[in-house]
Write a protein that binds this ligand. Structure first.
Ligand SMILES: Cc1ncc(COP(=O)(O)O)c(C=O)c1O
Length: 424
């Protein structure tokens, strides 16, 4: 099916065939969900051994009684786990709380209210802004929106954010004080940043506002599917460029153990950690060290964590293959859409023809298949071309995913034909 070269009688014929198919599917009264990237129950079971693992022994190897207050930076063994995941020295890691998103929120708040490392608080600027590679992660954008921090779109490419655009924005506006990055298996495009991108990001601190920070959200650091993919180290790159203060790194075990009941980590320079701790110590006496010890006992060594992630991959692989094969079968020789083939992470990003994404999502919803809302992958929920749809294959069982993808594919075809006929 090629829309651009189709005559109008051909389009009419397709429209009535596809509409008939769509009506038949609607009669099935499906109730399927391809929205949030949550681990499936099978994945959660992989970590059920956390329950009861302490068996009454609450002392960490360094003698800490984890049942009591204290230790803002987290247990040493939990910090080591974070250091392994982020590939940074343990002393540069805090293990704090159960959610990296919460840590990112606190980090933005720290920059906004107090400023990092003695720099001007962002709230004192006329118009502080973050660069947002798009499509991106909606919850990053919500943090900025809630605090009234402006957002500037920069396009994602196959190797990371468009660095010419990033540099141009920063050179032209001294009130750009941050950039959101999901550097490995990016949400939603699945892209892993290449060495040149990481190097150029590491150089931004040389000419950006001194309060500028890269928010390096490495949520999928160890979430490889078939093969391990290497992400060049941002820490090393910033050290080579004398810009060590310009980056804050984040990770968690949300999609490693139990989502929402895992560990979260932040890694940064001494000066940045001091700023963060100053804000956090007014807020908490310390993290849940019992859970930190549980995680540390469960994994013991990093190799066990890697083996654990391979079990996740075995569950996720067939689901990602299902999505790819449905898209390939339906759209390989068409002009109806383009998509990514991620090597890890939780998402597949699909671009429809311009002006069709919202219609696809509505058609799918009416047929009983929930997709992430149109525009969600852009700041303020506005996809300027109305093209991007984020598919999250992890949660539904394979059979349901396959059915949901058949509905998705049909909705893309129908919306594309209707758009071309001027029916949308
Ligand atoms: C890029 C990214 N960062 C952060 C999170 C949330 O992580 P956490 O559960 O540690 O708050 C997600 C969850 O989907 C994500 O995709």
């Amino acid at each position: 099916m090629r829309i651009d070269s189709a005559r109008s009688d051909q389009l009419q014929e397709w429209e009535s065939e596809l509409s008939a198919q769509y009506q038949r599917i609607c009669q099935h009264e499906l109730s399927l969900d391809l929205t949030r990237g949550k681990p499936s129950a099978d994945q959660l079971h992989l970590s059920d051994g956390l329950d009861g693992i302490l068996n009454g022994d609450y002392r960490a190897a360094d003698g800490t009684d984890t049942r009591n207050y204290g230790g803002l930076e987290g247990l040493q063994c939990a910090r080591e786990l974070g250091a392994d995941i982020l590939q940074v020295p343990t002393e540069e890691v805090m293990a704090a709380g159960n959610s990296s998103l919460t840590l990112m929120y606190h980090a933005v708040l720290t920059g906004y209210l107090f400023g990092f490392a003695g720099n001007t608080p962002w709230r004192e600027m006329k118009s502080p802004k973050f660069l947002c590679p798009v499509p991106g992660y909606d919850r990053h954008f919500s943090i900025c929106e809630q605090l009234g921090i402006g957002m500037v779109n920069v396009p994602m490419t196959a190797t990371g954010p468009d660095m010419d655009a990033v540099e141009e924005q920063i050179r032209g506006d001294s009130e750009i004080i941050g950039i959101w990055c999901v550097p490995k298996f990016s949400n939603p495009t699945g892209v892993t940043y290449d060495k040149e991108t990481v190097d150029r990001l590491a150089q931004l601190g040389q000419f950006a506002n001194p309060g500028f920070r890269i928010f390096w959200d490495n949520a999928y650091a160890i979430h490889d599917l078939e093969h391990q993919v290497n992400l060049p180290g941002i820490r090393e790159a910033t050290h080579e460029n004398d810009t060590g203060d310009s980056v804050l790194q984040f990770a968690s075990t949300s999609k490693v153990t139990h989502a929402g009941a895992g560990l979260a980590f932040v890694s940064a320079s001494e000066a940045n950690l001091a700023s963060l701790k100053k804000q956090m110590q007014a807020m908490t006496i310390g993290p849940d060290k019992v859970n930190q010890l549980r995680h540390s006992r469960f994994f013991g060594e990093f190799t066990l964590l890697r083996e654990h992630m391979q079990k996740h991959a075995q569950i996720l692989n067939p689901k990602f293959e299902c999505v790819q094969s449905q898209l390939e079968k339906a759209f390989a020789d068409t002009d109806l859409g383009t998509w990514e083939e991620p090597k890890g992470g939780y998402f597949v990003s699909f671009n429809t023809r311009p002006g069709c994404a919202a219609a696809v999502i509505q058609l799918a919803a009416d047929a009983g298949v929930k997709l992430t809302p149109a525009g969600a992958t852009f700041p303020y929920g506005k996809d300027p071309e109305d093209r991007n749809i984020r598919i999250a294959p992890s949660f539904p069982p394979l059979e349901e995913l396959d059915t949901a993808m058949s509905v998705f594919v049909l909705c893309v075809k129908l919306a594309s034909v209707r758009k071309q006929l001027g029916m949308l």
